[in-house]
Design a protein around this ligand. Structure first.
Ligand SMILES: Cc1ncc(COP(=O)(O)O)c(C=O)c1O
Length: 332
C-alpha cells in the first residue's frame, strides 16, 4: 500500500490551507459550518486545481514537456492555473475554451492572457465534437515545433490529479486531530468534472469512514457523475494499492442547483454569493462555489443535512469569475 506522498509531486500551493469556522452563518443555519480554505492555495490565483496540478506537473516535467494543453469553460479556473503552472516551469500553454471569442478579456480570461497562454475558442454547440481533435492538433503542432506536449484533460480529472484530494482529506484529518476535533458529519464541495469529489471520497473512505461526502453539481446530472466519479476514485485506489472501493450508486450528488447551464449564473447561486459576503466577508463565485453553497442551504432546509451537524464546505476558489459577472451579481 502506498500514500499520496509516494508519488512524484512539485510544490505549488501554500499548504496546509486553514479550516475556518463560520460562526455567524452557522448560527443562521443551525449547523456547525466551517470552510476548508482551498481558495487560499495561493499559486496562480489559488483554488482546488493547485492540489491536482502538483501531481500533474511532476508528470509533465518527467515527460520533459514544453507545452501544456488543456480545456475548460470560458471562466475556467483550471485552465488559468495550468497557464500559471506552465510559466512556473518555463513552459508554454494552449487553452481550448468553450465559448465564442470574447469581446472583453475579464476574470480568468484576463489572467490567462497575463500568463501568456495561447487561447482558442470553440462554439458551445461544436465543443464536444471538436475538443478532442483540437487538443490532438495542438499536440501535433507542438511536436512539429520541437516541443513535447502534455495534455491535461478537462478539470485535471485523472486518477493522478485526484491524489491531491486524497491528500487533502489526510491534511484535514491531521488538522482536526490537532484541534481535538473528530471527523465532520459531512463535507460538501462543488462538482464540475468530478476529480475533486473522487479524491475526497477515497480519502474519506480511508480517514473518515463515517463522514458523508456530498457533491453539488455545477454541470451534469447525478447518474453521469456517479459513474464517472466511482471509476476515477477506484482507479485512484488502484494507483495507491488501497482496498477501498467506491460504489457509484452510493455517491451523493445534488444536481438540483446547476441552474440553466454550466457557467451561467443562477439566482440561487448569486444569492449565496451575496449571503456569504454579507454574513462572513467571504468571497464565493457565481460558477462553482455560489451554486454549491446554494446546494448546501437546500440540503439544510430539506433536513438532508440535520440541524446540529458538523459540516465542512470545501471552498474551491474561483473568485476571479466574480468580475465578468458583475451585472448578473448586482441584478442588472
Ligand atoms: C472554483 C472551482 N470549484 C470547483 C471546481 C470543481 O472541481 P472538479 O472539476 O474537480 O469537480 C472547479 C473546477 O472545475 C473550480 O474551478
Amino acid at each position: 500500500m502506498k500514500t499520496p506522498a509516494d508519488f512524484p509531486r512539485v510544490s505549488l500551493g501554500f499548504l496546509p490551507t486553514p479550516i475556518e469556522p463560520l460562526a455567524r452563518l452557522s448560527a443562521e443555519l443551525g449547523i456547525d459550518l466551517s470552510l476548508k480554505r482551498d481558495d487560499f492555495t495561493g499559486f496562480g490565483g489559488g483554488g482546488n486545481k493547485v492540489r491536482k496540478l502538483e501531481y500533474l506537473m511532476a508528470e509533465a516535467i518527467a515527460a520533459k514537456a514544453g507545452v501544456l494543453i488543456t480545456t475548460g469553460g470560458h471562466q475556467s479556473n483550471h485552465a488559468r492555473m495550468v497557464a500559471a503552472a506552465a510559466r512556473r516551469f518555463g513552459m508554454d500553454s494552449v487553452l481550448v475554451l468553450r465559448g465564442d471569442a470574447p469581446t472583453a478579456y475579464q476574470g480568468n480570461l484576463l489572467l490567462d492572457r497575463l500568463f501568456g497562454a495561447t487561447l482558442e475558442f470553440l462554439e458551445p454547440t461544436e465543443y464536444f465534437t471538436l475538443i478532442e481533435p483540437r487538443m490532438a492538433a495542438h499536440a501535433v503542432a507542438a511536436r512539429a515545433a520541437g516541443k513535447v506536449p502534455y495534455v491535461i484533460p478537462l478539470g485535471g480529472a485523472t486518477p493522478t490529479g485526484a491524489l491531491g484530494y486524497v491528500a487533502a482529506v489526510e491534511e484535514m484529518n491531521t488538522q482536526l486531530a490537532a484541534a481535538g476535533l473528530a471527523a465532520p458529519d459531512a463535507i460538501v464541495a462543488a462538482t464540475g468534472s468530478g476529480g475533486t469529489l473522487a479524491g475526497l471520497l477515497l480519502g474519506a473512505a480511508r480517514f473518515w469512514p463515517r463522514t458523508r461526502v456530498i457533491g453539488v453539481s455545477v454541470s451534469r446530472d447525478r447518474a453521469w457523475f456517479q459513474e464517472r466519479i466511482a471509476a476515477m476514485a477506484n482507479d485512484t485506489a488502484a494507483l495507491l494499492e488501497w482496498p477501498e472501493r467506491i460504489v457509484a450508486a452510493e455517491i451523493e450528488i445534488d444536481d438540483g442547483h446547476v441552474g440553466t447551464a454550466y457557467g451561467v449564473p443562477s439566482p440561487g447561486g448569486n444569492a449565496a454569493v451575496a449571503r456569504l459576503a454579507a454574513t462572513e466577508g467571504v468571497l464565493l463565485d457565481p460558477v462553482y462555489t455560489g451554486k454549491a453553497m446554494d446546494g448546501l442551504f437546500g440540503l439544510v432546509a430539506s433536513g438532508t443535512i440535520a440541524r446540529g451537524s458538523r459540516v465542512i464546505f470545501l471552498h474551491t476558489g474561483g473568485s476571479p469569475a466574480l468580475f465578468p459577472f458583475a451585472d448578473s451579481l448586482l441584478g442588472a
